[in-house]
Every structure is written in structure tokens, then in C-alpha cells.
Design a protein. Structure first.
Lengths: 490, 471
């Protein structure tokens, strides 16, 4: 008994000691915090103390190896989580680490002052040409990270392009992180003018379906403990079609007319599978059906065709095409009529002005947020990359564009493009558009933030930084004039 | 009287005094019995080691530079070549890092490392080499045509005998070209992979051999001991000499072993010397390179190819030099710092690069690379053939006018390419004790109007403009 008591005493003493030790460690951290807090712009929702305590040592430990980029003061159009006014996007090692109004910025972070600007996820273009050479994974070997196409793509707001079965990022000057993935889509041809083609396609899918049913029945039998024979692959089993019906691959169709689109809907109703339809000019006339078969589309809103007066059904193009599809819950990406960047003239219908193509859909009634989705997140979904690309969310790839106005305004230019957390395009540092409405003055690196981290003097509760709009009721911290410096030009 | 020659470099009182005296001294000097002495009296000498010298005499004896300086006593009886007053300038001879016009063969892309540059040489005219010599080129490196791994470079002297020039060095650098496309990159990757597996194979083969040899030796020893025992038991006599005896016994047992079932295989003696497994002739030079026994010459056309080269090279520490061509992109300025930091020798055409996107911006790649810390720069003619050599000095002059250091520029045409091909002995700075290989021009080497008057190779005048004109 006595021995046990003694042991207990020891344990209590140990526990008290540990507690005191923990308290002693926790206290200084609490003291430090107020010093570091004013670093950031908005003080809206102070994060719980635990979170900051956790985050702090992490930032200090890996500060030397990690590369930070902070985009400060812009309106963040996240696509998924609405708009954060005058927020901060903090990127670490190519990923988005934090998004919000109150984000602690590490000392060695590169800071872009985006005051008065808008931050969007980098645009994604499906089925482009000219950005990469080669096909699939070998596109990396043929990628020229200094090509004019890369520069112009970034100037047009693109950060990810898809083409020749490859998804690539415009990692200017580097091959690191360029190849995102491949799209081994199965191209299916469904045309109202080729009955034999339709027949053979359907027959092939029937074989696959029967095989899959037999497979499932066998699996069930096995579960029940019955003896089963080895399932034989039937003759003429198309492996691609098998992958499609198993949900392992995506079917790629090209169709514009209502007849073809309806036919594809028939096929998809009979054989449900993931699909993407390129074209979709008359999709507005069967938007509901397309939605029900869960088809995705790649539209060109300015692709026009007059209605066929000879047929007694809706036909021709419609400016409302995208809007009607949106209403029907169809996901779509937008592609201009020119799939590359045409340097032959400023036609405005190539990938240099992808948002203009989307703006035309907005003109037809598509909500602006839907138009943004179409050239970011929904495009990423079509490419199967929505977990990494397409929105400004914590954990996603740091692919961002910073624009000097609304993305869908014809005057708007991309001021900076960020790919994998690295600034790869700066309008003022590149020859293409620097002379058109130049940035009023070189944007400042808010060194005050880093100074504040060190605990130096910081003016609080002063006027918003230059370019700050009147619609910002919140007070913000202006970096001390003396401690601002020119943004280093690439 | 002075009985020895004197040389004073600095322009102090003493040297000027000597200068005044030199004609007098010349007469009194005894004729040198040892060898032919030639004195070249020149206006300038670009020694390419330290500052250029003015009003210089170069004394050449037995193919060596015996004296060089402003106050050189010319021995009596020496041949005096007086070129003073014409702006005559001596400098080390030019070295052409890529004499492409000397070859005709064409070959596509692939792993053709077995070929040598010298094998492709075909002189279109009898005096093609002489055309180079007349322009002050003493050495020319020839690289095999083609891309991928087209072969190994060779070096010829422009004074080589005709019609088939003998190579000074026939098997030098491994030429590697990089292109940004799948098949070209695959060629590089597979070469590294094959080289690694060949090394691994050889290592394994050696281990196997060592093991087999050891086992065999031990077996022989034990057999010999057994035999000895038997012998001693039987006869109780005989002391065999160590190794010889063992070998004899081994032979004897070998013969006996034939009777046994598996004795033939077991007792077969592994070779005494390890012979590495045979390697494909096209892989061998690549293997040398991977083993760091050979230098590769990596050809790039654009900044993109540099990035791809770095990508395929990864962290391998190999020795390589860069040969850059502007291609159509003219965008090496994008990677100047990276290239300079790589610390390798860089060979670029003597040409101001245009920057295609900023059409009005001219890039002096050479000067910028040097500013970024590049130490070893080669400038080669921007065009191939004799016409290229004609415009070579003009191109370099443009680079110097637009910011490149003059000394670096001159070295980049002479000493650096020579160092690249390992011929510093032949083309080095003009100093006492160096081989008397130099050229004399009638003006500044970077003056387009200056022409080569003489080429001196190992003290012999292998080209003399005056004599050629007389002929």
C-alpha cells in the first residue's frame, strides 16, 4: 500500500511539473502574439489561438527551404467560396497555404501588392493546340518553356492548357511541375449521317454491357460461396468501351446539331458513362436531356449558325446557349473558335482572349460566376483535375492571375500570372502589353509586413493603401513609406 | 661586353639605354652554334598573359620562344625579320573549335558514338586546310556530323600533310546534341540508362570472375596439398617450389579431372586477367563519359534545350562543355545566370544575338555570360567554312565594341579553344619557354582590314604572305 501511495505521489508531482513546464512554454507565445498580429491587413475574425500557435513554429522551422508568395490586398474571386475583399492569398511551395483577410505572412515571402486588383484562379483551356509538342506524357519533352506561346498564354490569363492528351501548365522558364496529367479520352463518333457507325457502336457497347453484367453476377455468386467458372472475354470486346462503362475513362464526342446531340443523349441513357461533348451549338434545345445524362460540354459561344427554316424544331445557334445549359445543370467549359494563340492579328477569337469568349455567354444571360467557373473549375472538372486546379482554395495548386479589373471587361489585363507559386508573367516586365495603360506606378512590396513581423513600428488604423477603393469600410495597415521598396522586376 | 642576352620588360631608364645599345651589341655577338635563331621585330605582341607589349623582339631558337621583350639582344648571325613600323602584331594562332567545312558526311540522329570526326574529313579542294592557315588558324577541331550521339571529335593541324590530313588527336570529346522532343530526349535517357547497366554488368562480371578465380585457386591449393600429402606419404621426400609446383599440380589434376563426371567444368581455370564484357562500340564512348573519363560537348540551340538538358542531366556530375548556337530563337539570355553558374566552358558564335521578341534589343551573349561569372569562353566563327573565318575577327570585334573584354575575346579565339582540345602546349600565351607558335598580322587583330602576314609553327614560318604573293 505504502509503496503504491508513494508511486502515486511521484506521478502527481510529475504531472504538476509537466503542467508548469507547459505553461511556461505557452506564456511567452501569448506575449509574442500581439506583436505579430498587426502585420496583417484585416482584423475580422481572429483565428483561434491554437491555430496560430501551431502555424507559427511550422513557419519558422521550414522558412529556409520553403518558398512563399503572398498576394496582398486584392479581391479574391475564389470560384468556390465567393469573393474575399481585400484579402490575402499565401502560397507555399506551389500550393495555396492560406486564403483570408487575416493571414500571417512569413518574413521571406515574396509579396505582390494587389491593392485594387482582382485575383482569380488561373484560366484553364481545354483542347488547345500550339502550347506543347508531342502527345500525352511526352509533351513535357517537347515543351519550350520560353516560347512566345507560353508568354502570350500567360498574358491571356491561361495557366493550364490541355491538348494532345496532355494537361500542362505554363511554367515559364522551367519544366518543373509542367506536366499535370494526361487525358486518355476515348473518342467516340456518333453521327446522324452514319447509321452503320451508330449501329456498330451500340453493338459494341452491348457486348461490353453483357460482359459486365456476367462479371457482376459472377461476383455475386462468389460472395454467396458458389463455385464459378472463369469468365471468358467475349469476342469483339472493345477494351476502350469496357473502360468507359466501368467509369475508368471519359468518352469524347463532337456534336453540334440537335440531331447528333439527342442521339448522344440516347446512347448515354442506354449506356451511362462520363462524357464530354465538343461543340454543342444547338445544345440549348436539349439542355435538360444533356443535364440528365450528365454530359459535359465544351462550348464556343460565338460559333454561329443560322436556324434551318426547313425543319420543324429548334435549330441554329443561340446567344442563350450557355445560360440554358447552366440552368439545366450542365457543366461546360468554354473555348474560342481558334484553339491556339493566333499571332496573325488581334482577332479576339483566339486563346489570347478566352474571357471575351466567356463574356459573350454572359451577354446571353449566363451569370458571371458561371462564366468564371466555365473557364476555371468546370474546365478542370472536364480534365479530371478539379482536386488540384480551378479555384482558390487551401491546398490547391497556386495557379493565380491578378487582373487590373473585372476579368470579363474588355479593358482588363492580366498584371501578374502565378503558376505553381512562382510569378511567371508580369505585364510591366514583358514587352507585349506593358505600354498599354501601364500600371500607374510600380507596385510596392509591402516590406512593412515583414518589418511588423520583426516587431518594428507599424502605423495602425491609417488610410487604405493607394488604389484602395471607397467601398472598403474596413481599415487597413499602410506600410510605412520609408520601408516600401520597388517590386523587383523579373 | 655582354655575353648573355638580356631582356627587360619594363620601360625604365635601363631598358631604354639597352635599346639604344642593341644595334651595337648585335654586331659583337658571336654566331650561335647551337641552332637557327630568328628574331622578329614587331610593333605589338598580344601575349595573352598580362598586358600587351609594344616594340618587341621575339627571339626564336629551336622552335621555342627564347626571349621576348623590348630589349632583347639579337645574337649575331641570327635571321632578323624586321616588321616594325607596319603595325605588325604577334599573337597566339587562332584555334577553330568547329571546322565544319572540312567534312562531307551527313548522318541523322541516333547513337553513333563510334564515329570519329577525322573519319568524315574530306577536303573539297587541295588547299582547304591552307585557306585556314592563311587566316591564322593553326589547329582545327572537327566534330562528326549528325545529332544525338554523332561521334567523337578529332583535331587536325592546318599544316597537316595532304590529301588525307593526319589527326593530331583522333578521338577526343563526345558530341551530344540536345533537342526538345521526345525521341531526342529518349535517346539521351536511354544512353544514361544503358551506360549505367553496362557499368553494373561489368561490376557483376568482375565479382563473378573474382569469386570464380578465388574458388579455383583455393581448390588448386587444397588439391596440391592433398597431392603433397600423398607424395610425402608414399615417398617421404620432395620439396616442390611453391607456385611452380602448385601450377604443375594443377595441370596434372586438370588432366586427371577429365575422367571425373563434372570435373571438366569445375576445374576449368578462370582467366588470370579479368576481361570486361564486350560493350557496343556506340555505347563505349558514352560509358567513358559516364565514368568521367571523357568530356562531352553538348550542343544547344535555345534556352529551352538548356532547360531540357538540365532536366535530363539531373544531379549527375559529368564533365561537359557547352556549344551554343543561336538557332532561330536567340533566347539564351533567358538562362545566362544558370549557364554561367554551371562553371563549364561555353562555346558561342561570335555574333551579336537579336532578341526575337524585343526586336530592337541586341544581346551580347558573350559579354553577359562573362559578366555573370563565366570563366571559360570560346568564340567561334558564326558561319561555317573559310568565309566564316574571314568574318570571325569582325564578329569578335563587334562583341568587344559592345562590351566584351578585349583580352577575353582574344583568348576566346586562341587559348580557350586550345584548352578545350587539350592543346595548351601548342597554343598558349607567348612567353619565354613556350613553343614558338604564333601569327603576325599587319595590324590590330580585331581590325577587319588587318591581314595575317606570317604563321610560325614550332619556329618555322609555315606561311609567309610575301613569299606567297611572289610566287
Amino acid at each position: 500500500m505504502n509503496r503504491q501511495m508513494r508511486k502515486q505521489n511521484w506521478l502527481t508531482a510529475l504531472a504538476v511539473l509537466l503542467f508548469l513546464f507547459g505553461l511556461g512554454r505557452a506564456l511567452p507565445a501569448q506575449e509574442e502574439e500581439p506583436l505579430e498580429e498587426p502585420a496583417e491587413i484585416e482584423v475580422e475574425t481572429p483565428p483561434p489561438a491554437e491555430e496560430t500557435e501551431e502555424a507559427e513554429p511550422e513557419a519558422v522551422e521550414v522558412a529556409e527551404e520553403s518558398v512563399y508568395l503572398a498576394i496582398v490586398g486584392g479581391d479574391i474571386h475564389s470560384v468556390t467560396d465567393g469573393v474575399t475583399r481585400k484579402g490575402i492569398v499565401l502560397c507555399k511551395n506551389g500550393r495555396i497555404l492560406k486564403v483570408g483577410r487575416r493571414v500571417r505572412i512569413p518574413k521571406d515571402a515574396r509579396v505582390i501588392d494587389a491593392t485594387g486588383m482582382r485575383v482569380y484562379p488561373g484560366l484553364i483551356a481545354v483542347d488547345t493546340s500550339g502550347f506543347m509538342r508531342g502527345s500525352g506524357a511526352s509533351s513535357r519533352d517537347g515543351f519550350d518553356p520560353f516560347s512566345l506561346m507560353v508568354d502570350l498564354g500567360l498574358a491571356g490569363g491561361l495557366t493550364t492548357v490541355h491538348g494532345s492528351h496532355a494537361i500542362g501548365k505554363l511554367t515559364r522558364g522551367s519544366l518543373e511541375g509542367m506536366l499535370v496529367g494526361t487525358t486518355p479520352w476515348v473518342r467516340l463518333s456518333w453521327s446522324s449521317t452514319s447509321p452503320s457507325g451508330r449501329r456498330s457502336l451500340r453493338a459494341s457497347f452491348q457486348i461490353v454491357r453483357d460482359y459486365l453484367r456476367a462479371e457482376r453476377a459472377q461476383a455475386l455468386d462468389k460472395e454467396l460461396g458458389e463455385e464459378v467458372d472463369e469468365l471468358k472475354e467475349p469476342k469483339g470486346l472493345n477494351k476502350d468501351h469496357l473502360r468507359l462503362l466501368r467509369g475508368e475513362a471519359m468518352a469524347r464526342f463532337s456534336a453540334n446539331s440537335l440531331k447528333d446531340l439527342s442521339g448522344i443523349c440516347d446512347l448515354l441513357e442506354e449506356f451511362p458513362m462520363q462524357s464530354v461533348i465538343f461543340g454543342g451549338r444547338e445544345a440549348w434545345a436539349c439542355a435538360g436531356r444533356l443535364g440528365r445524362v450528365n454530359a459535359r460540354l465544351v462550348l464556343t459561344p460565338r460559333s454561329k449558325q443560322m436556324a434551318d427554316k426547313r425543319v420543324n424544331r429548334p435549330s441554329g445557334w443561340s446567344i442563350e446557349n450557355a445560360r440554358k445549359l447552366w440552368d439545366a445543370g450542365v457543366e461546360f467549359a468554354i473555348l474560342p473558335s481558334q484553339k491556339s494563340i493566333s499571332t496573325g492579328g488581334i482577332a479576339g477569337r483566339d486563346l489570347l482572349t478566352l474571357p471575351m469568349e466567356a463574356a459573350f455567354a454572359i451577354r446571353g444571360g449566363l451569370p458571371q460566376k458561371a462564366a468564371l467557373r466555365a473557364i476555371t473549375l468546370d474546365a478542370a472538372k472536364i480534365l479530371g483535375m478539379a482536386d488540384r486546379l480551378g479555384s482558390i482554395q487551401v491546398g490547391k495548386d497556386a495557379d493565380l492571375i491578378i487582373c487590373d479589373g473585372d476579368l470579363f471587361d474588355y479593358r482588363t489585363f492580366v498584371q501578374w500570372a502565378v503558376v505553381n507559386g512562382a510569378v511567371v508573367y508580369d505585364k510591366q516586365a514583358m514587352p507585349y502589353f506593358a505600354h498599354i495603360r501601364p500600371r500607374p506606378e510600380p507596385q510596392k512590396v509591402i516590406e512593412a509586413i515583414t518589418d511588423a513581423l520583426k516587431g518594428d513600428k507599424v502605423e495602425e488604423e491609417s488610410a487604405p493603401t493607394e488604389g484602395g477603393e471607397a467601398d472598403a469600410p474596413e481599415a487597413s495597415v499602410t506600410p510605412a513609406e520609408s520601408s516600401t521598396k520597388k517590386e523587383p522586376q523579373d | 661586353m655582354f655575353t648573355t642576352y638580356m631582356r627587360v620588360n619594363s620601360t625604365n631608364m635601363f631598358s631604354s639605354f639597352l635599346l639604344l645599345l642593341s644595334p651595337v651589341l648585335l654586331q659583337d655577338q658571336e654566331r650561335d652554334p647551337v641552332g637557327r635563331v630568328t628574331a622578329y621585330r614587331l610593333d605589338h605582341v598580344e601575349t595573352l598573359q598580362g598586358d600587351a607589349l609594344e616594340k618587341v623582339v621575339i627571339l626564336v631558337r629551336d622552335g621555342m620562344i627564347e626571349r621576348i621583350g623590348q630589349a632583347v639582344i639579337v645574337p649575331r648571325g641570327a635571321e632578323v625579320v624586321d616588321l616594325r613600323g607596319k603595325g605588325a602584331t604577334a599573337m597566339p594562332p587562332f584555334v577553330l573549335s568547329h571546322a565544319t567545312s572540312l567534312q562531307t558526311a551527313t548522318r541523322g540522329r541516333g547513337r553513333n558514338a563510334k564515329y570519329r570526326g577525322i573519319d568524315t574529313v574530306w577536303l573539297s579542294k587541295e588547299d582547304t586546310l591552307k585557306d585556314y592557315l592563311e587566316r591564322g588558324v593553326l589547329l582545327a577541331s572537327i566534330d562528326p556530323p549528325g545529332s544525338g550521339f554523332p561521334g567523337r571529335t578529332s583535331v587536325v593541324r592546318t599544316t597537316a600533310s595532304l590529301p588525307v590530313p593526319e589527326a593530331l588527336v583522333d578521338d577526343l570529346h563526345l558530341k551530344v546534341t540536345v533537342e526538345a522532343n521526345r525521341s531526342a530526349m529518349e535517346l539521351l535517357r536511354s544512353a544514361f540508362k544503358d551506360a549505367d547497366s553496362a557499368i553494373e554488368k561489368e561490376k557483376q562480371a568482375k565479382l563473378d570472375w573474382e569469386k570464380a578465380r578465388k574458388e579455383w585457386e583455393e581448390k588448386q591449393k587444397s588439391k596440391a596439398e592433398e597431392a603433397k600429402k600423398k607424395d610425402s606419404e608414399k615417398k617421404e621426400a620432395g620439396k616442390d617450389g611453391g607456385k611452380d609446383g602448385a601450377a604443375k599440380d594443377a595441370d596434372g589434376k586438370d588432366a586427371d579431372g577429365k575422367n571425373g563426371k563434372d570435373g571438366k567444368e569445375e576445374d576449368k581455370e578462370p582467366p588470370k586477367e579479368f576481361t570486361p564484357p564486350k560493350i557496343d562500340a556506340n555505347l563505349e564512348p558514352i560509358l567513358d563519359w559516364v565514368r568521367k573519363e571523357r568530356v562531352a560537348q553538348v550542343w544547344l540551340d535555345s534556352a529551352s534545350e538548356w532547360v531540357h538538358w538540365q532536366d535530363v542531366l539531373k544531379d549527375q556530375e559529368l564533365s561537359w562543355e557547352l556549344v551554343l548556337s543561336h538557332g532561330s530563337s536567340h533566347n539564351f539570355h533567358e538562362v545566362i545566370d544558370d549557364i554561367a553558374q554551371a562553371g563549364v566552358r561555353v562555346d558561342i558564335p561570335a555574333q551579336i544575338a537579336k532578341q526575337t521578341r524585343y526586336t530592337r534589343i541586341r544581346i551580347n551573349l558573350a559579354a553577359e555570360l562573362v559578366a555573370a561569372g563565366l570563366e571559360k569562353l570560346i568564340l567561334r566563327p558564326s558561319r561555317s567554312g573559310v568565309r566564316g573565318v574571314d568574318s570571325w575577327r569582325v564578329g569578335v570585334a563587334a562583341l568587344v565594341r559592345e562590351g566584351l573584354d578585349r583580352q577575353i575575346a582574344l583568348k576566346a579565339m586562341t587559348l580557350e579553344p586550345a584548352a578545350s582540345i587539350g592543346q595548351e602546349e601548342i597554343v598558349g600565351p607567348l612567353i619565354v619557354g613556350a613553343a614558338a607558335n604564333f601569327i603576325i598580322l599587319d595590324g590590330d587583330p580585331l581590325d577587319p582590314l588587318a591581314e595575317v602576314l606570317m604563321v610560325i609553327e614550332d619556329g618555322k614560318r609555315v606561311y609567309d604572305r610575301e613569299k606567297e604573293e611572289d610566287r
